[in-house]
Write a protein that binds this ligand. Structure first.
Ligand code: PMP
Ligand code: GLN
Length: 386
């Protein structure tokens, strides 16, 4: 293994899902729903397979139906206009979109700023692109509505003459933080002022709760032409195994990302692209019901974890809740998560894996709530007996 990758080992999600299987534990670690997405969307995939649509290589940029549906979705939700032919690219999940964007846009030695804790593929992809990651730590704020927040001054201070790109993620995995309109406006101003590219991972765009609102970064002045926005059917429609994602951006950036993508997978998920094109056209009621269901599950898990004695950062987005284990008399999230299957029959993720400053993430542990209600109830019961 080359030096760029040796520090990364095996992704925590594989390790923890294997641990859940081995110990027969409830898996609240890796973020995947235990209920598949809508029946009519599955039927659409079956129809495509049967009718022979997408069984051979689809077109490099993605099938026209899906590119059109992605553009229509950005228009309908956010009033953003993208040309399906030149400004949309279908990828093998958001994971490939992240990789292809970084491989296409980062020169060796360029600095890439990402929020810490960060989704684990960011660090690995920055490294594969030969870039240098510069983490800006989201700081825990305790008290009534505990949450992790961005310090805009820290972000501004992190920008140097070598900074090429801001890698943004909102709603944010693993903290559940949704950046506010004011924070996004400040990020946009900084990007314009310092002439930075922005890659924004918005895969949880539909999972925002309470009064939180997802605002795409591309909607701010001066951003459309410098921003690559990433979406995923895995998150929005509960088909994580289908690996259908996409980017929307200006033509030059889409062409650049496609240049890298064509040598990664070239294309993927042929029949599923047809099904996702139909899914994106589902009525608003689908998206609202999906969000409401997860909001209720968030409430259930947050209440249970609070009752069990965890410090809880109530998420306003994503399907993850980050907890603080110090009120339980614990300090080390790694040790806690390794012992949890034995102690309680539950698997969780130690947030330290998402940090360069491991000690800053040590006491935090992430639980996923994209699970059936009875599964969450059982997990809460087990954790209550800790
Ligand atoms: N970005 C974030 C923030 C994620 O949480 C995930 C999946 N957990 C991905 C990207 C990857 O998405 P996909 O499954 O579409 O590759
Ligand atoms: N994105 C999911 C999570 O954060 C897992 C994705 C993966 O397994 N690579 O849990």
């Amino acid at each position: 293994l080359n030096r760029r990758l040796t520090e990364f080992g095996t992704t925590i999600f594989a390790e923890m899902s294997a641990l859940a299987l081995r110990t027969g534990s409830i898996n609240l670690g890796q973020g995947f729903p235990d209920t598949d997405g809508p029946q009519e969307v599955r039927e659409a995939a079956v129809r495509a397979l049967r009718d022979g649509r997408g069984n051979q290589y689809p077109p490099g940029p993605g099938i026209p139906e899906l590119r059109t549906a992605v553009a229509a979705h950005q228009q309908r939700r956010y009033g953003l206009t993208y040309d399906p032919d030149t400004e949309v690219l279908v990828t093998a999940g958001a994971t490939e979109a992240i990789a292809a964007a970084l491989l296409a846009l980062v020169e060796p030695g360029d600095e890439v700023i990402a929020f810490e804790p960060y989704y684990d593929s960011y660090a690995a992809c920055i490294a594969m692109a030969g870039g240098t990651r510069v983490p800006v730590t989201l700081r825990p704020h305790f008290g009534e509505s505990a949450s992790f927040r961005l310090d805009l001054d820290e972000l501004r201070d992190a920008v140097t003459d070598r900074t090429r790109l801001l890698l943004i993620n909102t709603p944010h995995n693993p903290t559940g933080t949704v950046l506010t309109r004011a924070e996004l406006a400040a990020i946009a101003e900084l990007a314009v002022e310092r002439d930075l590219l922005v890659v924004t991972d918005e895969v949880y765009e539909h999972l925002v709760f309470d009064d939180a609102e997802h605002v795409p970064l591309a909607a701010f002045p001066g951003m459309r032409e410098r921003t690559v926005t990433i979406g995923s059917a895995g998150k929005t429609f509960s088909f994580t195994g289908w690996k259908v994602g996409w980017i929307t951006s200006a033509p030059g950036l889409v062409t650049a990302v496609r240049s890298a993508k064509q040598f990664l997978t070239y294309v993927a998920s042929g029949p599923f692209q047809y099904a996702v094109a139909e899914a994106l056209a589902l009525p608003d009621s689908y998206f609202t019901a999906f969000r409401d269901d997860l909001e209720a599950k968030r409430d259930l898990l947050v209440a249970g974890l609070t009752e069990a004695g965890f410090g809880v950062f109530r998420p306003t987005g994503t399907y993850f809740v980050t907890t603080d284990i110090r009120p339980l008399g614990e300090r080390d999230g790694f040790a806690f998560c390794r012992g949890l299957p034995e102690r309680a029959g539950v698997v969780a993720i130690p947030n330290a894996v998402f940090y360069d400053h491991r000690e800053a993430g040590a006491p935090f542990v992430r639980f996923a709530f994209c699970k059936r209600t009875e599964v969450l109830q059982e997990a809460v019961k087990r954790l209550g007996a800790l």
